[in-house]
Design a protein around this ligand. Structure first.
Ligand code: NAG
Length: 832
């Protein structure tokens, strides 16, 4: 998935540049050139010409750099301020911090953020393990949203050793500032009937990023009553931590309180700051019980200035008590309360339970109405899987704001490595994320798949997300493939991977939900597409032009790794299929099949869109392009490898490459005989299927039969757990790319491509043609295999995974991965 940072290692191919070198200057390279023996008109002319050429090059570089970080001038796809509380009050607050176990924030460049940390006291000697941000290796899990409707409520379960936590929230609209909300956090012992009841601290915090005012209201004993505050966007508000009760809110329970208040040290530093303030002077001593020591924050409220770097405030309340219990945390908006919410009663206790229950009920009904899993005969367990897939995806939606780093396109391949990255303008992004623990930020090609699921549930959310992504378009029509916006996002990415290259593309999957909008014909979607059209068009045109291949109607991914001696096959991160084998020797003669198919799909969608919207000029340009790209003869001429019997990439290639141990360097690539030459690339796998995956073949195409046989053959792509990314018969199958680089797209089963394959089988299974029956049969078998395995792995581990082993089906890579693996829901619903 074009995620270089997945490999936790220094990146040899990416160079060792650091972010500190960010500067805005153009490249100050000066030629050595004419040494000055003065005299002679000819020499003067030469010098002058050289100077002009140099300055011309400099001006061009400067111009390119400016354009790389200039936002596109087309009107925005979303109305201005569309994220604000006035335009979209219902979406103003949300769980838009997917990388924390539980937290909410506002859709604002300067948000108010709230969050939860917790720790089991006395479980480990010394500092307790403080839980806050989702981590792969912290031992927490499984965890994830049981319900989340993307808008108004959610319920999440988290297993943490002996503890079982449930975090719930519900929003109540009202007023002009985004309304009210309530949280309930319930902690119970993991095993029922256990006699050991651990002592647990919950930490509820609120943090501001500058403009906001927080005023803690203190009781006589220095204890916090509530926090009141005011911001322009939120108006007046009040946050209250209610006294703990037994689970669900009946009987009161005894809790010990601590509190800490300081300037905001920076969002990535919150966990460490809390850890460093915990001390052991405290006793939890409920009446009638024996005292117990615990680690706590200071006992009473005192402002602590953190020095000049602090912007805004950080206020955190700790409540410590014995499990089981519930604690509620309530946000009341002044204008919502005055506008009628007060009369509805405080959203706590039994009323909160009631409201949550009615949301769950409504969710279940709407879920079945939308996806019809029960009606289609899926088991209760599979229905739960579908509901969890949707909820995890919606609960993973984040709101980010900040500046990315860009390496401008120099026009000369590879030379951007020598440039300095420059800052992109500050931009907001509302987007799903692939993984809350490992990839908690926006990824361009993942997002197209995410929105396929989201739009079935709530098309408004998809318009918001696609509209935000199109807002990232630069003057050339480029969108960076990984969006690392804001301090929290940046803190989680190694410096060498922060930079996005303006010459590199990524599959234009956002066109998949756009296609669905176009076919659905919802008037709100069409109105959105009308506004978005100039941006979609610019984005597509950039892709089509910038990634043009060596011959007309061929395309080539820019930005393959250079041929380093340590790499078995230089990676192609822009393609999204990172280490999928390509031509062994990267060169400008390459033609990439998957890219050509993406461009063909783009031309098809864009030309249909242009026609439907009456964009005559664009239609006149796009329709002929779409037609040429769909011509079977050209596709055959450029990509049909007669000798292999499949479609393939073309380039300077030899199969005779191997990694061999060469002390002291370690493994190095050895090229044997035959030497590389221009030919089709023998790498059977997902790439070979693309004309079929994107439904570019005519049902009567003579190529369809061979592709279906390849797909259905267990020596090649078919596994009992889904289609493998690379044929088991390939010499690259499950091969490492270097000593430090395990196989990624070299055999494992990926859900996004299996979804496309199922969609295509379903499509050809419904169209008359010589392969109709075979396609329909394969669809049913593949669907059953994929569903069975994802369900089995979920049942065993409680997670959806990044990829699945083609050998035993086990979940691999990072988890939870509720990005495109959530497509399992649409697969179950047979909704393609
Ligand atoms: C293919 O690569 C080899 C090794 O880099 C090179 O010597 C040869 O000239 C290349 N062939 C073509 C046709 O580009």
């Amino acid at each position: 998935m074009a995620r270089g940072e997945r490999r936790r290692r220094p990146a040899p191919a990416e160079g060792q540049r650091t972010v500190e070198r960010v500067s805005r200057g153009g490249p100050g390279r000066q030629g050595g050139g004419a040494r000055g023996t003065a005299g002679g008109a000819a020499l003067a002319v030469v010098v002058l010409a050289l100077a002009l050429a140099l300055s011309g090059r400099w001006v061009l570089a400067w111009y390119r750099a400016r354009r790389a970080v200039t936002l596109h001038s087309a009107p925005p796809a979303l109305p201005p301020d569309s994220s604000g509380p006035a335009a979209a009050p219902d979406l103003f607050w949300g769980t838009y911090r997917p990388h924390v176990y539980f937290g909410m924030k506002t859709r604002s460049p300067k948000p108010l953020l709230t969050g939860l940390m917790w720790a089991q006291q006395g479980a480990t000697p010394g500092t307790p393990r403080l839980r806050h941000t989702c981590e792969q290796g912290d031992g927490v899990g499984p965890y994830g949203w049981e319900f989340h409707d993307g808008l108004s409520f959610g319920r999440q379960h988290i297993q943490d050793g002996a503890l079982w936590l449930t975090t719930e929230f519900v929003k109540r609209p009202g007023g002009q500032h985004g309304g009210d909300w309530s949280w309930r956090v319930t902690v119970e012992p993991q095993a029922s009937g256990t006699s050991f009841l651990p002592l647990v601290s919950l930490f509820f915090y609120v943090v501001t990023d500058g403009q906001e005012v927080l005023r803690p209201e203190v009781e006589t004993k220095g204890q916090l009553k509530f926090i009141s505050g005011h911001t322009n966007e939120l108006g007046d508000f009040r946050l209250t931590l209610l006294p703990p009760t037994s689970p669900g809110g009946a009987a009161p329970k005894y809790g010990s309180y601590n509190v800490f208040w300081s300037s905001n040290p920076g969002l990535p530093l919150l966990t460490d700051m809390v850890k460093s303030r915990l001390n052991s002077w405290f006793q939890h001593w409920p009446p009638g019980a024996s005292p117990e020591r615990y680690l706590g924050l200071p006992g009473s409220l005192k402002w602590e200035e953190r020095g000049p770097s602090g912007h805004g405030q950080f206020l955190i309340q700790q409540v410590t008590l014995k499990v089981p219990f519930s604690v509620e945390f309530v946000f009341k908006s002044g204008s919502a309360q005055a506008g009628g919410n007060r009369a509805l009663g405080q959203l706590t206790g039994s009323l909160l339970t009631q409201v949550l229950d009615s949301h769950v009920e409504a969710f279940r009904k709407r879920f079945e109405k939308t996806f019809q899993l029960k009606e289609k005969g899926l088991s209760p367990g599979e229905q739960v899987l579908g509901q969890v897939a949707l909820s995890g995806l919606l609960g993973g939606i984040g709101y980010f704001y900040g500046q990315g780093l860009v390496l401008p396109d120099t026009g000369v391949e590879g030379s951007e490595q020598k440039e300095d990255p420059i800052l992109f303008p500050p931009v907001p992004l509302f987007s799903g994320v692939p993984s809350r623990s490992f990839f908690p930020r926006g990824f361009l090609w993942d997002e197209g798949f995410h929105q396929l699921v989201v739009q079935r549930w709530d098309p408004f959310l998809t318009r918001e997300a696609v509209g935000h992504w199109l807002g990232l378009l630069n003057a050339d029509g480029w969108i960076g493939r990984e969006q690392i916006l804001g301090d929290e996002a940046r803190a989680r990415v190694p410096p060498e991977f922060l930079v996005q290259r303006a010459a590199h593309a990524n599959p234009p999957t956002l066109l998949l939900p756009v296609w669905h909008m176009l076919e659905g014909g919802d008037p709100a979607d069409l109105a959105f597409l009308r506004r978005a059209f100039p941006r979609l068009h610019a984005w597509f045109s950039w892709l089509h032009q910038s990634q043009a291949g060596p011959v007309p109607l061929s395309y080539r991914w820019r930005g393959r790794d250079p041929a380093l001696p340590t790499l078995l096959n230089p990676k192609t991160l822009p393609s999204g299929l990172d280490d999928y084998p390509r031509a062994s020797h990267p060169s400008a003669t390459e033609r990439h099949l998957d890219l050509r198919c993406w461009v063909a799909l783009g031309a098809r969608v864009l030309s249909q869109l242009a026609e439907q919207l009456g964009e005559a000029e664009a239609a006149a340009e796009l329709s002929p392009l779409a037609a040429s790209l769909e011509e079977q003869e050209t596709l055959d001429k450029l990509h049909w490898a007669q000798e292999l019997g499949v479609f393939a990439d073309f380039g300077n290639h030899t199969k005779a490459v191997q990694l061999k141990p060469r002390p002291p360097q370690g493994q190095v690539r050895v090229v044997g005989q035959p030497q590389p030459r221009l030919q089709y690339v023998d790498a059977l796998g997902y790439v070979s299927l693309f004309p079929f995956l994107l439904r570019l073949l005519d049902p009567s195409s003579p190529r369809l039969g061979p592709l279906l046989s390849l797909l259905a053959d267990s020596r090649h792509l078919w596994s009992p757990f889904g289609l493998r990314s690379l044929a088991a018969s390939s010499p690259f199958y499950n091969q490492r790319n270097s000593e430090h680089d395990p196989p990624y797209w070299r055999g494992a089963v990926w859900l996004n491509i299996n979804y496309l394959a199922l969609g295509a089988l379903h499509y050809y299974g419904h169209l008359e043609g010589p392969h109709q029956a075979q396609a329909a049969k394969l669809h049913n078998e593949l669907r059953a295999n994929v569903v069975k395995n994802v369900w089995r792995q979920y049942e065993a581990t409680g997670f959806l995974w990044e990829q699945y082993s083609d050998q035993d089906g086990r979940g691999m890579g990072c988890r939870p991965f509720q990005g495109w693996t959530s497509l399992i829901l649409l697969i179950m619903a047979e909704d393609y």
